[in-house]
Design a protein around this ligand. Structure first.
Ligand code: GDP
Length: 138
């Protein structure tokens, strides 16, 4: 069981004014913020971050979208963090997400789905290291 995961509030949710509401849901669900920053990534950085998806048909659209505006990146801590955060955010496609999940409330489409959540302990560590140094974690 892991105790850390990595998240991003994606450009659609930032543009739509949902940063505060999403952070509120994250805190209310019992996650502690270990690291956080507000930044815009380049297309090249998005391509590197999503390299595992490079063969998928939506890779171009995804990396274009993720570099289209600022995001909030964060490392979160809680018992069973990866699985519990995936439950909190809901299914990839908001049309299939459970009521009360972040994606059900704030995502607009399958591609523009408001938040990222790591899918494994290994990826949580890799993704957190992509954005944060040791000095930026508390
Ligand atoms: P996640 O783990 O729930 O984020 O889903 P995946 O790992 O399958 O996909 C990564 C991200 O790619 C998703 O969160 C979406 O933003 C995006 N994505 C997935 N499927 C599609 C698609 O069919 N079209 C587009 N444009 N984006 C997609």
């Amino acid at each position: 069981m892991s105790n850390r995961t990595f998240t991003m509030i994606k450009p659609d949710a930032v543009r739509n004014g949902h940063i505060g509401n999403i952070l509120q849901m994250i805190n209310a669900a019992g996650f502690r913020i270990i690291a956080m920053k507000y930044l815009k990534i380049s297309k090249q950085q998005a391509e590197k971050f999503y390299e595992v998806h490079s063969e998928r048909p939506f890779y171009g659209e995804l990396t274009e979208f993720m570099s289209s505006g600022p995001i909030v990146a964060a490392i979160l801590e809680k018992d069973n963090a990866v699985a519990d955060f995936r439950t909190l955010i809901g299914a990839t496609n908001p049309a299939q997400a459970e009521e009360g999940t972040i994606r059900k409330k704030y995502a607009t489409s399958l591609g523009e789905n408001a938040v990222h959540g790591s899918d494994s302990d290994e990826n949580a560590a890799i993704e957190g290291n992509f954005f944060f140094s040791g000095l930026e974690r508390f």
